[in-house]
Design a protein around this ligand. Sequence first.
Ligand code: ARG
Length: 298
Amino acid sequence: MRKATKTAALVLAMTMAVSALTACGSGADKTTGADVTGTENAEAAAGTETADTGAADSAEAADNAAAVTKTEGVLTFGTNAEFPPFEFVAASGVIDQYDGIDIAIAKQIAEENGMTAAIENMEFDSLLIALENGQIDAAIAGMTVTEDRKKSADFSIPYYTATQVMIVKEDSDIAAAADMADKKICVVQGYTGEICVQDMGYSYEAFKKGTEAIMELVNGKCDVVVIDSATAQKYVNDNEGLKIVEDASAFESEEYAIAVKKGNTALLDMLNTAIETKLADGTISELGAKYTEEITAE
Ligand code: ARG
Protein backbone atom coordinates (compact mmCIF):
# COMPACT_ATOMS: atom_id res chain seq x y z
CA MET A 1 0.00 0.00 0.00
CA ARG A 2 2.69 2.41 1.06
CA LYS A 3 4.75 1.45 -1.94
CA ALA A 4 1.83 1.79 -4.32
CA THR A 5 1.11 5.26 -3.02
CA LYS A 6 4.68 6.37 -3.48
CA THR A 7 4.80 5.03 -7.00
CA ALA A 8 1.54 6.73 -7.84
CA ALA A 9 2.90 9.98 -6.49
CA LEU A 10 6.01 9.75 -8.63
CA VAL A 11 4.02 8.89 -11.73
CA LEU A 12 1.77 11.82 -11.00
CA ALA A 13 4.77 14.12 -10.69
CA MET A 14 6.08 12.80 -13.99
CA THR A 15 2.89 13.32 -15.92
CA MET A 16 1.75 16.49 -14.22
CA ALA A 17 1.74 19.49 -16.51
CA VAL A 18 4.99 21.21 -15.68
CA SER A 19 4.39 24.01 -13.28
CA ALA A 20 5.40 27.61 -13.81
CA LEU A 21 6.45 27.99 -10.18
CA THR A 22 10.03 28.87 -9.48
CA ALA A 23 12.49 26.84 -7.46
CA CYS A 24 13.05 28.68 -4.21
CA GLY A 25 14.92 31.80 -5.15
CA SER A 26 16.46 30.23 -8.23
CA GLY A 27 13.93 31.60 -10.69
CA ALA A 28 13.37 28.47 -12.75
CA ASP A 29 10.95 28.72 -15.62
CA LYS A 30 9.89 26.69 -18.57
CA THR A 31 10.56 29.04 -21.44
CA THR A 32 14.16 27.91 -21.91
CA GLY A 33 15.35 27.39 -25.43
CA ALA A 34 12.40 29.20 -26.93
CA ASP A 35 14.37 32.21 -28.05
CA VAL A 36 16.75 30.80 -30.59
CA THR A 37 19.42 33.30 -31.42
CA GLY A 38 22.33 31.29 -32.82
CA THR A 39 22.40 30.80 -36.58
CA GLU A 40 25.45 28.55 -36.88
CA ASN A 41 23.37 25.41 -36.43
CA ALA A 42 20.50 26.50 -38.64
CA GLU A 43 21.41 24.08 -41.38
CA ALA A 44 21.63 21.14 -39.04
CA ALA A 45 18.39 22.17 -37.35
CA ALA A 46 16.64 22.25 -40.71
CA GLY A 47 17.99 18.78 -41.42
CA THR A 48 16.66 17.49 -38.11
CA GLU A 49 13.25 18.85 -38.88
CA THR A 50 13.20 17.10 -42.24
CA ALA A 51 13.96 13.82 -40.52
CA ASP A 52 11.19 14.41 -37.99
CA THR A 53 8.51 14.65 -40.63
CA GLY A 54 9.35 11.37 -42.34
CA ALA A 55 9.35 7.94 -40.72
CA ALA A 56 12.89 8.12 -39.33
CA ASP A 57 15.15 6.48 -41.82
CA SER A 58 18.11 5.63 -39.63
CA ALA A 59 20.79 6.56 -42.20
CA GLU A 60 19.25 9.99 -42.49
CA ALA A 61 18.99 10.23 -38.72
CA ALA A 62 22.66 9.34 -38.40
CA ASP A 63 23.58 12.06 -40.93
CA ASN A 64 21.79 14.66 -38.89
CA ALA A 65 23.34 13.29 -35.73
CA ALA A 66 26.85 13.94 -37.04
CA ALA A 67 26.16 17.64 -37.08
CA VAL A 68 25.07 17.92 -33.47
CA THR A 69 27.54 15.85 -31.45
CA LYS A 70 31.28 16.05 -30.80
CA THR A 71 31.92 12.50 -32.05
CA GLU A 72 30.05 11.24 -35.08
CA GLY A 73 27.47 8.64 -34.15
CA VAL A 74 27.92 9.09 -30.41
CA LEU A 75 25.78 11.23 -28.13
CA THR A 76 27.92 11.93 -25.06
CA PHE A 77 25.97 12.75 -21.92
CA GLY A 78 27.57 14.07 -18.77
CA THR A 79 26.03 13.13 -15.46
CA ASN A 80 26.81 12.81 -11.76
CA ALA A 81 25.79 9.26 -10.88
CA GLU A 82 25.09 10.02 -7.21
CA PHE A 83 21.42 10.77 -7.55
CA PRO A 84 19.10 7.75 -7.45
CA PRO A 85 16.59 7.03 -8.98
CA PHE A 86 17.78 9.34 -11.81
CA GLU A 87 21.39 8.16 -12.03
CA PHE A 88 23.46 5.78 -9.98
CA VAL A 89 26.26 3.28 -10.39
CA ALA A 90 25.10 -0.35 -10.53
CA ALA A 91 26.81 -3.69 -11.15
CA SER A 92 25.36 -3.45 -14.65
CA GLY A 93 23.19 -0.62 -15.87
CA VAL A 94 21.54 0.38 -19.13
CA ILE A 95 24.76 2.11 -20.25
CA ASP A 96 27.83 0.31 -18.84
CA GLN A 97 27.52 0.45 -15.06
CA TYR A 98 25.26 3.51 -15.12
CA ASP A 99 21.58 3.11 -14.47
CA GLY A 100 18.52 5.18 -13.61
CA ILE A 101 15.68 7.15 -15.19
CA ASP A 102 18.00 9.69 -16.84
CA ILE A 103 20.37 7.02 -18.15
CA ALA A 104 17.48 5.12 -19.73
CA ILE A 105 16.17 8.33 -21.32
CA ALA A 106 19.67 9.13 -22.63
CA LYS A 107 20.05 5.72 -24.20
CA GLN A 108 16.65 5.86 -25.87
CA ILE A 109 17.19 9.34 -27.29
CA ALA A 110 20.56 8.37 -28.78
CA GLU A 111 19.30 5.14 -30.30
CA GLU A 112 16.17 6.70 -31.75
CA ASN A 113 18.42 9.14 -33.56
CA GLY A 114 20.76 6.52 -34.97
CA MET A 115 23.51 7.04 -32.38
CA THR A 116 24.93 5.27 -29.37
CA ALA A 117 24.89 6.97 -25.97
CA ALA A 118 28.04 7.44 -23.93
CA ILE A 119 28.12 8.54 -20.28
CA GLU A 120 30.80 10.67 -18.66
CA ASN A 121 30.45 10.62 -14.90
CA MET A 122 31.75 13.74 -13.15
CA GLU A 123 31.07 16.07 -10.24
CA PHE A 124 27.72 17.82 -10.48
CA ASP A 125 29.44 21.21 -10.35
CA SER A 126 31.56 20.34 -13.41
CA LEU A 127 28.70 19.54 -15.78
CA LEU A 128 28.04 23.00 -17.16
CA ILE A 129 31.75 23.65 -17.58
CA ALA A 130 32.13 20.34 -19.44
CA LEU A 131 29.35 21.48 -21.78
CA GLU A 132 31.07 24.79 -22.43
CA ASN A 133 34.38 22.99 -23.09
CA GLY A 134 32.76 20.60 -25.55
CA GLN A 135 33.77 17.62 -23.39
CA ILE A 136 30.15 16.42 -23.40
CA ASP A 137 27.23 17.07 -25.76
CA ALA A 138 24.50 17.23 -23.14
CA ALA A 139 24.10 17.06 -19.37
CA ILE A 140 21.37 14.82 -17.98
CA ALA A 141 21.54 14.82 -14.20
CA GLY A 142 18.20 15.55 -12.59
CA MET A 143 19.28 19.10 -13.22
CA THR A 144 16.87 21.82 -12.17
CA VAL A 145 16.45 24.70 -14.60
CA THR A 146 17.46 27.93 -12.86
CA GLU A 147 17.91 31.49 -14.12
CA ASP A 148 21.53 31.32 -13.08
CA ARG A 149 22.27 28.10 -14.97
CA LYS A 150 20.48 29.46 -18.05
CA LYS A 151 23.27 32.02 -18.28
CA SER A 152 25.77 29.27 -19.12
CA ALA A 153 23.69 26.61 -20.91
CA ASP A 154 20.50 26.09 -22.90
CA PHE A 155 17.87 23.78 -21.45
CA SER A 156 15.44 21.37 -23.09
CA ILE A 157 11.78 21.32 -22.23
CA PRO A 158 11.39 19.93 -18.70
CA TYR A 159 10.72 16.21 -18.23
CA TYR A 160 10.17 15.97 -14.48
CA THR A 161 8.79 18.12 -11.66
CA ALA A 162 10.35 17.83 -8.20
CA THR A 163 10.61 19.75 -4.97
CA GLN A 164 13.10 20.08 -2.13
CA VAL A 165 12.20 18.21 1.05
CA MET A 166 13.75 17.83 4.50
CA ILE A 167 15.02 14.47 5.72
CA VAL A 168 15.08 14.22 9.51
CA LYS A 169 15.25 11.55 12.22
CA GLU A 170 11.87 9.98 12.93
CA ASP A 171 11.66 11.69 16.35
CA SER A 172 12.68 15.12 15.06
CA ASP A 173 10.61 18.18 16.02
CA ILE A 174 11.23 19.79 12.63
CA ALA A 175 7.80 20.16 10.99
CA ALA A 176 8.40 23.12 8.66
CA ALA A 177 11.32 24.87 6.96
CA ALA A 178 11.30 27.63 9.59
CA ASP A 179 12.09 25.01 12.26
CA MET A 180 15.53 24.59 10.70
CA ALA A 181 16.57 28.03 11.98
CA ASP A 182 18.46 26.74 15.03
CA LYS A 183 19.36 23.31 13.66
CA LYS A 184 22.42 21.88 11.99
CA ILE A 185 21.56 21.67 8.28
CA CYS A 186 23.33 19.49 5.70
CA VAL A 187 23.07 19.92 1.93
CA VAL A 188 24.93 18.71 -1.15
CA GLN A 189 27.33 21.16 -2.72
CA GLY A 190 25.97 22.91 -5.80
CA TYR A 191 22.50 21.35 -5.62
CA THR A 192 19.41 23.55 -5.56
CA GLY A 193 18.92 22.40 -1.96
CA GLU A 194 22.02 24.42 -1.07
CA ILE A 195 20.68 27.46 -2.93
CA CYS A 196 17.36 27.20 -1.07
CA VAL A 197 18.95 27.02 2.36
CA GLN A 198 21.29 29.86 1.44
CA ASP A 199 18.32 31.98 0.32
CA MET A 200 16.60 31.29 3.63
CA GLY A 201 19.65 32.76 5.33
CA TYR A 202 20.51 29.66 7.37
CA SER A 203 24.02 28.39 7.89
CA TYR A 204 24.71 24.86 6.74
CA GLU A 205 27.37 22.33 5.90
CA ALA A 206 27.77 21.19 2.28
CA PHE A 207 28.90 17.69 1.30
CA LYS A 208 30.06 16.32 -2.03
CA LYS A 209 27.56 13.48 -2.10
CA GLY A 210 24.02 12.92 -0.86
CA THR A 211 25.11 9.72 0.88
CA GLU A 212 27.70 11.68 2.90
CA ALA A 213 25.08 14.16 4.10
CA ILE A 214 22.78 11.26 5.03
CA MET A 215 25.57 9.59 7.06
CA GLU A 216 25.95 12.80 9.07
CA LEU A 217 22.23 12.70 9.81
CA VAL A 218 22.22 8.99 10.66
CA ASN A 219 25.20 9.49 12.98
CA GLY A 220 23.50 12.38 14.74
CA LYS A 221 26.02 14.97 13.54
CA CYS A 222 23.38 17.01 11.75
CA ASP A 223 19.63 17.48 12.21
CA VAL A 224 18.29 17.80 8.70
CA VAL A 225 19.27 17.16 5.08
CA VAL A 226 17.63 19.26 2.36
CA ILE A 227 17.53 17.46 -1.01
CA ASP A 228 15.26 16.64 -3.97
CA SER A 229 12.11 14.61 -3.23
CA ALA A 230 12.63 11.36 -5.18
CA THR A 231 16.25 11.02 -4.05
CA ALA A 232 15.17 11.71 -0.47
CA GLN A 233 12.67 8.85 -0.72
CA LYS A 234 15.48 6.50 -1.75
CA TYR A 235 17.62 7.53 1.24
CA VAL A 236 14.72 7.15 3.67
CA ASN A 237 14.00 3.67 2.30
CA ASP A 238 17.66 2.70 2.66
CA ASN A 239 18.20 3.98 6.20
CA GLU A 240 16.24 3.05 9.31
CA GLY A 241 14.77 5.78 11.47
CA LEU A 242 14.50 8.61 8.96
CA LYS A 243 11.45 10.44 7.61
CA ILE A 244 10.62 13.11 5.06
CA VAL A 245 9.13 16.47 6.04
CA GLU A 246 7.62 18.58 3.26
CA ASP A 247 6.93 22.30 3.28
CA ALA A 248 5.28 23.41 0.06
CA SER A 249 5.16 27.04 1.14
CA ALA A 250 8.93 27.17 1.60
CA PHE A 251 10.07 24.95 -1.26
CA GLU A 252 8.47 25.60 -4.60
CA SER A 253 8.45 23.10 -7.43
CA GLU A 254 11.50 22.62 -9.64
CA GLU A 255 11.79 21.31 -13.17
CA TYR A 256 14.46 18.92 -14.44
CA ALA A 257 15.69 19.37 -18.01
CA ILE A 258 18.62 18.35 -20.19
CA ALA A 259 21.30 21.02 -20.72
CA VAL A 260 23.26 21.63 -23.93
CA LYS A 261 25.96 24.07 -24.87
CA LYS A 262 24.57 27.54 -25.52
CA GLY A 263 23.51 27.89 -29.15
CA ASN A 264 23.44 24.16 -30.00
CA THR A 265 19.91 24.47 -31.31
CA ALA A 266 20.20 21.41 -33.55
CA LEU A 267 20.81 19.14 -30.56
CA LEU A 268 18.25 21.00 -28.47
CA ASP A 269 15.58 20.47 -31.15
CA MET A 270 16.40 16.78 -31.25
CA LEU A 271 16.15 16.47 -27.46
CA ASN A 272 12.93 18.45 -27.30
CA THR A 273 11.25 16.29 -29.93
CA ALA A 274 12.29 13.16 -28.05
CA ILE A 275 11.18 14.45 -24.63
CA GLU A 276 7.87 15.66 -25.98
CA THR A 277 7.16 12.22 -27.43
CA LYS A 278 8.23 10.41 -24.26
CA LEU A 279 6.07 12.62 -22.05
CA ALA A 280 3.07 12.16 -24.34
CA ASP A 281 3.34 8.38 -24.81
CA GLY A 282 3.96 7.62 -21.14
CA THR A 283 7.56 6.40 -21.53
CA ILE A 284 8.89 8.79 -18.91
CA SER A 285 6.20 7.94 -16.34
CA GLU A 286 6.84 4.24 -16.94
CA LEU A 287 10.55 4.72 -16.31
CA GLY A 288 9.71 6.68 -13.17
CA ALA A 289 7.53 3.86 -11.90
CA LYS A 290 10.09 1.19 -12.84
CA TYR A 291 13.02 2.79 -11.06
CA THR A 292 10.93 3.65 -8.01
CA GLU A 293 9.78 0.03 -7.79
CA GLU A 294 13.40 -1.11 -7.95
CA ILE A 295 14.31 1.28 -5.20
CA THR A 296 11.46 0.30 -2.88
CA ALA A 297 12.06 -3.40 -3.54
CA GLU A 298 15.71 -3.27 -2.40
N1 ARG B 1 17.99 19.00 -8.80
C1 ARG B 1 19.14 19.42 -8.08
C2 ARG B 1 19.89 20.47 -8.85
O1 ARG B 1 19.68 20.64 -10.02
C3 ARG B 1 20.06 18.28 -7.74
C4 ARG B 1 20.57 17.53 -8.91
C5 ARG B 1 21.66 16.54 -8.56
N2 ARG B 1 21.93 15.67 -9.64
C6 ARG B 1 22.92 14.75 -9.70
N3 ARG B 1 22.98 13.98 -10.73
N4 ARG B 1 23.80 14.65 -8.72
O2 ARG B 1 20.70 21.17 -8.31
